[in-house]
Design a protein. Structure first.
Length: 114
């Protein structure tokens, strides 16, 4: 399986795949990205970090605010399908901002400890 195929799997399936490799320990407590990397390492495949678009948190939050307005409009017009779609987009963007904030904290901690 390639990296792309592994990333499409659920965490549960990835844990099952990880159990096949004795050098992977603690798979039940790992996050999805950690599981993918551990499986690739166990196979001896090169690990390339995926480059994310250099999008700033402020830009994402701007998009969140505009989507919230759209959601309110869709709610008032009783467009339930559109509301569901917008909720999913909002959830994804919020998760992305939290991840970016966590990454920034980790970088700051590394800089202070070094």
């Amino acid at each position: 399986m390639s990296r792309e195929e592994l990333e499409k799997l659920t965490v549960t399936k990835l844990r099952e795949v990880a159990m096949e490799y004795p050098e992977i320990t603690g798979a039940t407590g790992m996050k999805k990205t950690d599981l993918v990397v551990a499986i690739l390492k166990a196979r001896g495949e090169p690990i390339k970090k995926e480059k994310k678009d250099a999008v700033h948190i402020a830009e994402i939050k701007k998009k969140i605010r505009s989507l919230k307005l759209e959601k309110e409009k869709a709610l008032s017009e009783k467009e339930s399908k559109k509301v569901i779609q917008l909720k999913k987009q909002l959830k994804k963007l919020k998760k992305q901002t939290r991840q970016m904030a966590d990454d920034k904290k980790k970088l700051r901690k590394k800089g202070q400890s070094a």
